[in-house]
Design a binder for this molecule. Structure first.
Ligand code: HEC
Length: 151
């Protein structure tokens, strides 16, 4: 980056960060979703190919996601906003998909070697497009680390 541009973007950042803080605490930014329609469109077939057999065609599986089996394993939870995924900031959602669940004693396979970072983001975009505004807002109120490119 050339120096002038660098200076400009630093200034821009200094100027924008109070605004950002205000909008985060007001939760206003959550009204506007972070992803584009293109990402949602790209994510859908990828989701169907890689995720639907466990998480359901419309990310609705498994309704009884709180109940573990006799071995103590949990079923794939719904990703449609009805379950737990709104607790997880974006970086954690990305990590879960890239690394799978093994680190947390889970069963989900890792996708880091099958999907690019952009593809992972588009899948997240697709299943978040199913979330009702309430779920999305709750998710959004959980911190700045959730805003892509800002961590
Ligand atoms: C073989 C079955 C299987 C496949 C395929 C699979 N998952 Fe999972 N997923 C699980 C299970 C089981 C869990 C619960 C945690 C665990 O056991 O690792 C889970 C958990 C998750 C979570 C954490 C959700 C939460 O509420 O904590 C996310 C996000 C997720 N999966 C996304 C995906 C995406 C996106 C794909 C496709 C790229 C995918 N999964 C493919 C089985 C699967």
């Amino acid at each position: 980056m050339n120096k002038g541009l660098y200076k400009k973007s630093t200034l821009l950042f200094i100027f924008l960060s109070p605004l950002l803080t205000i909008s985060l605490t007001n939760n206003a930014w959550a009204e506007k979703r972070w992803y584009t329609d293109n990402q949602v469109a790209q994510g859908k077939p990828l989701y169907t190919q890689h995720c639907s057999k466990c998480h359901g065609e419309n990310a609705e599986a498994t309704p009884d996601w709180r109940k573990s089996d006799e071995k103590g394993n949990y079923p794939p939870p719904p990703l449609n906003g009805t379950a737990h995924s709104w607790h997880h900031p974006l970086p954690l959602l990305r990590l879960t998909i890239r690394n799978g669940g093994a680190k947390f004693g889970g069963k989900m396979p890792p996708f880091g070697n099958k999907l690019s970072a952009g593809e992972v983001d588009s899948i997240i975009a697709w299943f978040q497009s199913l979330w009702p505004d309430e779920a999305y807002k709750r998710w959004g109120s959980r911190g700045a680390s959730q805003i892509p490119n800002l961590k």
